[in-house]
Unconditional design. Sequence first.
Length: 506
Amino acid sequence: MCGMPSGETTPAVEYEPDVVRPTKEDEVAALGSELFGGPLGRRALLGTSWWTPVRVVALVALGMFALGMVQKLPCYDSGWFFGASSQYTHACYSDIPHLYQGRGFADGLVPYFDKLPGDMDYLEYPVLTGVFMEVAAWLTPGDGSMQHQEQFYWFVNAGMLMVCAAVIAVCTVRTHRRRPWDGLLVALAPAFALTATINWDLLAVALLAAAMLMWSRGRALAFGVLLGLATAAKFYPFLILGPLLILCWRAGRWRAYGTALGGAVAAWLVVNVPVLLLAPDGWAKFYRFSHDRGVDFGSIFLIVSQRWNIAISPDTANNWAMVLMVLICAGLTALTLTAPRRPRFAQLAFLIIAAFILTNKVYSPQYVLWLVPLAALARPRWRDFLIWQACEVAYFLGIWMYLAYTTSGDAHKGLPTEGYQLAVAVHLLGTLYLCAVVVRDIWLPERDVVRRSGDDDPSGGVLDGAPDVFVLGPAARPEYEEPARFEGPVVEWGADGTSPAGRSSL
């Protein structure tokens, strides 16, 4: 006969924190859920079947990626190969098939080491992206017509980029433990699907998403290594080290920051130094090209140049972009150190990358991929996210219609210059709108939907729940300090009595 178990032998049961249900806190999500049976009920059994949030979001992301591939079908069949403007009128352009031959992969040339014929003497991409492109070339059969090879090369790259898309979706789901369904913002983002196979940006985006996940788990070294690899694939990821420095300054987490910085530098050096030493001219091409490139599509400088007929040299654009970035960084530093509550890491990461995009002298349509996962973490609110995505889709269509107009000769099929300038302005205003909402959430933490549900900084890792050690402005006064913990009901900023955590507001 079995006896009652004792307190010493009864295993402790660990309860996962309540999962935030978007259909309860987001009216747009609740409305959209009507397509699938309505909002999730209070008694729904979560995590008891194969259909966990991470699997659902990953499958949705793969499905949307596949739809993006289908959208490229008119170009896959003919648009990339026949007719100057067909790939633009069908809005299905991709760099990938064109660069298979244009950057020497069809001829077996080694990136960075072998000089290319024509105006572009070396591959103009960072080293890790060049490796990605070369691996895809190895997997592409060298027989058959050039058209067949370019089609196969795009298809191989699309398969590799699909893996990156799945990584991004999974990492976004897991970064905020209590908010896994926010990953659907990434999976269902229309601009994500439309631009995923234009270029190779998803490699850097996936590495950065994995780095954000590692930081949220308190693994500073893994974060640094992944961030260094992301920077070796694309220039922009290193920028988030700036906001992270200010956050660690405010929280006094210098050791974690030093570990992350050391890991990032080491990983970047491991990838770049061999190529730098053995092929310095090829290695430097990306940096020379980025510096010398003129004012190009999608930038505020292009609107100024076209509207007022002002010639803006590359050096002038570089200088203005640098000045604007310095001013924005100073503003973000002041905001971080004076905000009534320390900003969340994802919020500042989104703002610094958005600032780089807004002040850059070029904006290719696939650059929206840089922001999608960060936007889902910084402002997981469907209304604001979809407003921004609508602006990006408008720009996606605008640039291809403008190129169709400029390449169709006297037929002028597409969008004239004034229409394209409007599309650029829509993109800029949409990004500024989302930035403004994030800044408002920082200054008024009770408006932040993540903190309203009872969290502090779920993507912050060692910063999550850490006390401040250096604060400026009104936040440094005693009356702004968070009250000490006590036994009884927990009171959190911005939470309400109906929140999933059951907490009341101040």
